[in-house]
Design a protein around this ligand. Structure first.
Ligand SMILES: Nc1ncnc2c1ncn2[C@@H]1O[C@H](COP(=O)(O)OP(=O)(O)OP(=O)(O)O)[C@@H](O)[C@H]1O
Length: 267
């Protein structure tokens, strides 16, 4: 039977002899929303960039709906929409021209491009040049291109950066709509409020190690409201300390310093 969702097994990244992301396992189910949280330079973007095939893992296996990234890259990538943390849009193009360009690259129609622009509230601004867009508008355009064609998995790097409170709320609504359609979403963020509101599961990354991965119910049971803010304050001071092997995980297996732990117990 085909495995559904995203499966990352013993994935790690080292550059020039330095480990940027320590080995970890992660499963994202269809329709599940996962937040990747952590401070600057923790390794969040590197994890996302490995999922979208921009950065090649040094070891491990990545599969989406049974398709292996390494063995069948084209079909694997067709299932993914990616929003990078920053991007230089082609100079001189309007929002509509940009979206139609992305749509043509992905074999999607102009009306799908228009629908995606509407979904992020850029329909009125469609004939404006992207070069005059505010940061928040550019973020929404990047989100729209990632959503094009409703891929199985959306990978969003800092999607809420630059969004005002209204669009932060709209982001939560949009993600919830995608989730209801069975689309999985994994996103990195420094803004724990957005993660609190929309995630089903949250990972905390410190110095390239996933120190905790748990369902939101688990965080809420432990910390109550604003669960991720409290979890972050508890985990963050440990940044310069050795990571203990007893870190709790939920259904995800996390490998810390080369040893494997499932649900907080040795596997
Ligand atoms: N190509 C590279 N060569 C060398 N080091 C790199 C490379 N890419 C990333 N790194 C390092 O890996 C670490 C993790 O970087 P990454 O961009 O994944 O962090 P991040 O959690 O997304 O940070 P931020 O929140 O600041 O965007 C950083 O120390 C970074 O300097």
């Amino acid at each position: 039977m085909t495995k559904t969702g995203l499966h990352m097994m013993q994935v790690e990244k080292a550059i020039g002899g330095k480990t940027i992301v320590h080995p970890f396992d992660l499963h994202v189910e269809p329709g599940q929303v996962v937040a990747v949280c952590g401070g600057n330079g923790a390794g969040k973007s590197t994890i996302l960039r490995m999922i979208v095939g921009i950065t090649q893992p040094s070891a491990g296996t990545i599969e989406l709906n049974g398709i292996n990234l390494k063995q069948d890259r084209v079909n694997y990538l067709q299932q993914i929409g990616y929003m990078p943390d920053h991007f230089n849009f082609p100079a001189g193009l309007t929002a509509s021209e940009c979206m139609r360009f992305y749509a043509s690259l992905r074999g999607r129609t102009a009306s799908e491009a228009d629908e995606a622009l509407k979904a992020v509230g850029l329909h009125e601004a469609r004939n404006k040049k992207v070069s005059v867009f505010s940061k928040g508008m550019q973020q929404r355009l990047l989100f729209a291109q990632a959503m094009l064609g409703k891929p199985a998995l959306l990978v969003l790097d800092e999607p809420t950066n630059g969004l005002d409170p209204y669009w932060m709320g709209a982001f939560v609504d949009l993600v919830n709509t995608l989730k209801r359609e069975g689309i999985s979403v994994i996103f990195s963020t420094h803004q724990l409020q957005a993660a609190n509101e929309v995630a089903d599961r949250a990972l905390f990354v410190i110095n390239g190690t996933i120190v905790r991965s748990a369902a939101m119910e688990e965080y809420r049971a432990e910390y109550g409201e604003l669960a991720l803010h409290r979890a972050f304050s508890e985990l963050f001071p440990r940044e310069r300390q050795p990571i203990k092997h007893s870190e709790k995980t939920s259904s995800v297996t996390v490998t810390i310093r080369g040893r494997e732990s499932r649900n907080g117990r040795d596997a």
